[in-house]
Write a protein that binds this ligand. Structure first.
Ligand code: CTP
Length: 390
């Protein structure tokens, strides 16, 4: 038995010759005291019967989507066939496994298994990328001899390897349990008149990815969302904060959160006297006076309590920008600053990818270019380390 309390595992098995290896996975979970509920597709049963899994799991396979399935700590898909992978990417719900995937909000680990050419097909690549974007953690496939005697990528990872990744995902899944995490995302818009505003290019992608990842780790998340272009995550409290003043008010009302991630691009200035109606066009130049806004992060820094984690984001250029991020960390009394270099077009503002340097008082860590979702994983790994005080 492990020292950790028993976890509830949903094991999805699809039609692949590797299905027999999933039996070993059940054995590993059960040996460590975890509860496994098998979810087999019709095709999976052509390879191994549900009875085998039921005997190993000492529990009936789920044949319907029961509400209690949603309370599981982890959903493991092993082996994940090309067919089910495509269904999951599309959001189909034609059997208990695909239905569960749509309804379940916890962490998902998937171990694909298929023919090498199927794995290499652009359709599979697109489907895999979609699942990854939605936070599914993929294990393998490995390169090796496949069922058809061919050599290539497509072989399901070994049960030991999948099991280790599941344990890591489970540990991460409860890392922020009972922690209140406040995330700000998007870019504020400061009205000039009733239709025009001064805004910025922030899409909200980075903040939304952070909110999702924090929720996946068990946190109680509130997202303060300023005009982002991506949909906010499901199942998370979202408060719309269109202007810097809205964002300041809502953030400071929650200043006692355990972790605050200030990913929003907050306007530094707002028009001093926004016009109440729509300003008609004139031939004269329009001169607007801008007043500085309050610095929310600096105010949080002043109020910061022991053990609270304050994360700031700095969009700046080059080595000098990094130096300024270090200065901001000290000036705003942040715990961590995420510096991203906006001199490059393919990362940062509005892009899907990001490359950042994590700057804290304990050191600096560069996160090489990757999807914003994976950058969110790295940022929250760092936050978890700081929370533990390692
Ligand atoms: N921030 C804030 N309140 C503001 C402005 C910014 O809380 N009024 C936060 C942002 O959410 C971000 C960090 O402070 O986490 C960015 O710091 P800032 O000094 O504003 O940096 P930039 O605007 O990127 O840089 P510059 O100093 O060049 O304006």
């Amino acid at each position: 038995m492990t020292e950790e309390p028993a976890k509830k595992i949903l094991l999805g098995v699809t039609g692949s010759i590797a299905a027999y290896k999933a039996c070993e996975l059940v054995r590993l979970f059960v040996k460590d005291g975890h509860e496994v509920t098998p979810l087999l597709t019709h095709d999976a049963e052509r390879f191994v019967t549900a009875h085998t899994f039921e005997a190993l799991a000492r529990r009936e396979a789920a044949r319907e989507l029961f509400p209690h399935l949603m309370e599981a700590d982890l959903l493991v898909l092993a082996p994940l066939s090309a067919n089910t992978l495509a269904k999951l990417a599309q959001g189909l719900a034609d059997n208990v496994l695909t239905q569960t995937m749509l309804a379940y909000r916890g962490p998902v680990v998937a171990a694909p298994a298929m023919n090498a050419r199927m794995w290499d097909h652009p359709a599979t690549k697109e489907n895999t990328a979609r699942l990854r974007e939605r936070g599914v953690e993929l294990v393998g496939p490995e390169t090796g001899e496949l069922a058809e005697g061919e050599l290539g990528p497509g072989r399901m990872s070994e049960p030991n390897e999948i099991y280790a990744r599941c344990l890591a995902a489970l540990a991460r899944g409860s890392e922020l349990r009972e922690k209140r995490v406040l995330v700000t995302a998007g870019g504020t818009r400061e009205p000039l008149d009733s239709v025009r505003f001064i805004g910025n290019r922030s899409s909200g992608k980075m903040g939304v990815a952070l909110a999702e990842e924090a929720a996946r780790r068990g946190a109680e998340v509130t997202l303060l969302y300023a005009n982002g272009s991506v949909p906010p995550p499901a199942g998370i409290e979202v408060v719309a904060t269109p202007t810097a003043a809205d964002l300041a008010r809502e953030t400071l009302a929650r200043a006692d959160a355990d972790v605050v991630l200030m990913a929003a691009a907050v306007a530094d200035y707002r028009p001093s006297e926004p016009i109440s109606g729509k300003r008609p066009k004139e031939r004269e130049p329009w001169t607007v006076t801008l007043d500085p806004t309050d610095d929310i992060l600096a105010e949080l820094g002043r109020r910061r309590t022991d053990g609270q984690i304050l994360v700031g984001f700095a969009a700046d250029e080059g080595e000098r920008g990094l130096e300024r991020a270090r200065e901001k960390l000290a000036a705003k009394r942040g715990t961590l600053f995420v510096f991203n270099d906006v001199s490059q077009d393919d990362i940062g503002f509005d892009a899907n990818q990001n490359e950042v340097v994590l700057v804290s008082s304990t050191g600096e860590r560069k996160i090489a270019k990757r999807d914003k979702r994976e950058v969110a994983v790295a940022i929250l790994d760092e936050v978890a380390t700081l929370l533990r005080g390692d």
